[in-house]
Design a protein around this ligand. Structure first.
Ligand SMILES: CC(C)(COP(=O)(O)OP(=O)(O)OC[C@H]1O[C@@H](n2cnc3c(N)ncnc32)[C@H](O)[C@@H]1OP(=O)(O)O)[C@@H](O)C(=O)NCCC(=O)NCCSC(=O)C[C@H](O)C(=O)O
Ligand code: MG
Length: 284
């Protein structure tokens, strides 16, 4: 599977034509065209038509195009899903997934000829409790590619408060992260709601990267560049990766499992990590 950068995933309301247009030129790795919570009930049908038109028109370049449908248990979900089968959308993002059966049901809704990947929002207490079981659906649904944290819905459902540092949310974030990795899924962090707090936003991006997330979901174009920067390796990291990526190919190291380089222990697993990092920046 070729590497897909998912550092920045920008949501936009499917009912906002200006945002849909702008998405074609913004430097986000992923654009999420939303039919769920950012679209009022009376606007659902119109938003679906607008997003269908935008996807058909294309012009998103290398950006991954993801449509967030309404839940399958809502009046709009099944129709949303059916409408995007066979379109150019790369993936469908399903909100409020709470069990493995939910993922399997989405696959059934897409039908046999589906070409879209499936992404699942992790944003209910049930999803946190069943995170590993949900992730394991990948064995049955190979198109299941990613999880996305929904920290706003988690705040609503748990009554926890989203504060700087997200202390209350860390166990839930870590649970989903380890569940995703246990099944080979990508996982993208939740949104940061305060558009005026640039320092707080950057700190939360750093926290997400440190925890192991592949990227962060965003709500405004101004969040894209700082997010891409945090989720990209810096010059020092790249220089170190280049030094160790092929360390064990050297004749003197071929029979070794561990070497000392510049005062640090380097094992073969570090060389593999370095190669992965280098692959993320040579994607073109
Ligand atoms: C939050 C906003 C409502 C703010 O809108 P506004 O004040 O109008 O923004 P600006 O005037 O600063 O906009 C400047 C220009 O940028 C464009 N723009 C703004 N936002 C977006 C966007 N998200 N994507 C693309 N383009 C955007 C404006 O059109 C302006 O363009 P121009 O005319 O050229 O000047 C608004 O930003 C917004 O709607 N954001 C997205 C909201 C959303 O999608 N929410 C749903 C996802 S969040 C969520 O549900 C997470 C999860 O489920 C959970 O539970 O946590
Ligand atoms: Mg949500």
């Amino acid at each position: 599977m070729p590497f897909r950068p998912r550092r920045s995933a920008l949501y936009m309301p499917g009912s906002n034509p200006r945002a849909l247009e702008k998405a074609r030129s913004l430097p986000a790795d992923v654009v999420i065209l939303d039919l769920e919570d950012s679209v009022a009930p009376d606007e659902k049908a119109k938003a679906r038509d607008s997003v269908l038109r935008a996807v058909a028109e294309g012009g998103f370049g290398t950006r991954e195009v993801v449509v967030r449908v309404n839940g399958l248990d809502t009046p709009w979900g099944k129709e949303d899903l059916a409408a995007f089968v066979g379109t150019q959308a790369d993936a469908v993002l399903v909100p409020k997934v709470s069990s493995r059966a939910d993922v399997v049901a989405v696959q059934a809704g897409l039908g046999a000829g589906r070409s879209m990947a499936i992404w699942a929002m992790m944003e209910t207490p049930q999803a946190i409790l069943a995170a590993a079981e949900i992730a394991s659906a990948r064995a049955e649904v190979p198109g299941f590619a990613a999880m996305v944290m929904g920290t706003n819905d988690l705040a609503k459902e748990t009554r926890a408060t989203l504060l700087p540092g997200r202390r209350a949310f860390q166990p839930w974030l870590a649970t989903c992260l380890i569940a995703a990795r246990s099944s080979g899924l990508d996982i993208i962090d939740g949104v940061f709601n305060d558009l005026e707090d640039a320092a707080g936003f950057e700190a939360e991006c750093r926290q997400g990267r440190e925890m192991g997330f592949d990227g962060k979901t965003l709500i405004h174009p101004r969040q894209i560049e700082p997010c891409n920067q945090v989720f990209s390796p810096g010059p020092d990291e790249l220089a170190w990766a280049e030094r160790i990526a092929h360390l064990f190919d050297l004749p003197e190291n071929q029979s070794l499992g561990v070497v000392r380089l510049e005062g640090r222990m380097v094992e073969r697993l570090h060389a593999e990590m370095a190669q992965r990092m280098l692959a993320t920046v040579t994607r073109g």
